[in-house]
Design a protein around this ligand. Structure first.
Ligand code: OGA
Ligand code: NI
Length: 355
């Protein structure tokens, strides 16, 4: 088992967004972005599609419906095998999804000077820019904008773009819907595991944090040499992903094999993150996933993350320890801090909290 790190790793940031880099370098890929494969599964060519059934959230929420039990069993099964699923009838209309995608496109389409009014710094994750990585680790082929959306007092408006002029209002509308959806999903997931429906939601509480991550993946002339996002699991309880409507790229790992995540019209893609795996005592799996880059086309996505309050201890819920016989994960406070140290090196933090 990995030992807790005594010395924080030195974190580095690229000097410019990838979107700008490709304007100046054309076909040459700077060494720092090149990923040297450690095994031949890293960039396979014939990757099959994930073929698990979509989950109908409406059926799950209406417990009087005869189909609810069937849908709950389906949900439990995908959570335990894949750790991710497509959700339909989730309460967000197609026009709202299109509006957010359009907003993301418009924002990333702005001049770099405009976007950099909201730049991140190396010591805080919010804002426009790139992910930090540990010294010497490859950079992701990705530009992103991170913003805390809940609780309200955590919104740092200096990072919230004022251009496009509708940005703040549109994200706020989407955030309201995402909060309800998160609550419904966490209740549905709890029900599917036969525990009190508030089991997970109560660990998220009123001070649980939601943040949005707008992703922009520029095209790359040698897509097999870079990663949009390197293989990782999320720090979240769950992540709610709005995918690009045309360009695929996301892949998930199951039983040591990669699968492409299809674009399912009107669906949102949900993946379990490390903190729900911990709370469920390992019953649901925090899925490892990565983003592959397209040779010609750019891709956007918007992920909504949920993490428990950093100053509160989280851990496996009692009912799941008892029914499984043993506590398999430690209780932990501020898992996000532990996670950031590990991910910068391409390592998984969850191994450090396994008992
Ligand atoms: C993420 C992520 C996937 C995607 O933001 O953590 O995995 O398709 N995104 O952009
Ligand atoms: Ni992710």
């Amino acid at each position: 088992m990995a030992e807790p790190r005594e010395h924080p790793v030195k974190l580095e940031l690229p000097t410019m967004p990838v979107q700008e880099l490709i304007k100046s370098t054309v076909d040459h890929i700077p060494e720092r972005y090149i990923f040297h494969p450690t095994n031949d599964k890293d960039h396979e060519s014939d990757v099959p599609f994930m073929d698990s059934p979509s989950i109908d959230l409406q059926l799950i929420l209406d417990s009087s419906s005869p189909e609810a039990q069937h849908e709950l069993r389906k949900l439990r099964s995908v959570l335990c095998s894949w750790g991710c699923f497509q959700v339909v009838n989730h309460g967000i209309g197609s026009p709202e999804m299109d509006k957010l995608r359009a907003l993301a496109k418009e924002f990333f389409g702005l001049d770099v000077e405009e976007k950099q009014k909201h730049s991140r710094t190396s010591d805080w994750f919010e804002g426009y820019g790139s992910d930090t990585v540990a010294e010497g680790e490859p950079f992701n082929w990705n530009d992103r904008l991170h913003l805390q959306i809940y609780p309200l007092h955590r919104r740092n408006l200096k990072f919230w773009p004022e251009n496009p002029p509708t940005f703040r209002e549109t994200l706020d509308e989407y955030a309201v819907k995402m909060k309800t959806l998160l609550e419904n999903l966490l209740k549905g997931i709890a029900k599917s595991l036969d525990v009190d429906e508030n089991s997970f939601l109560s660990q998220f509480g009123d001070e649980g944090i939601m943040f949005s991550r707008f992703n922009y993946y520029p095209p790359c002339s040698s897509p097999n040499r870079v990663f949009g996002l390197k293989p990782h699991s999320d720090v979240t309880m769950i992540t709610i992903l709005l995918q690009d409507e045309e360009v695929e790229g996301l892949q998930v790992l199951k039983d040591d094999q990669w699968f492409k995540v299809p674009i399912v019209h009107d669906a949102l893609f949900i993946n379990v993150g490390d903190q729900l795996e911990i709370m469920s005592n390992g019953i649901v799996k925090s899925v490892v996933h990565k983003v592959e880059i397209d040779k010609k086309r750019d891709r956007i996505s918007v992920a909504i993350a949920s993490v428990p309050p950093p100053d509160e201890e989280i851990g496996p819920i009692t009912d799941l320890i008892h029914s499984e016989g043993a506590q398999l994960y430690k209780n932990v406070t501020n898992y996000m801090a532990l996670f950031l140290q590990h991910i910068a090196r391409g390592e998984r933090a969850i191994n450090a909290v396994k008992l």
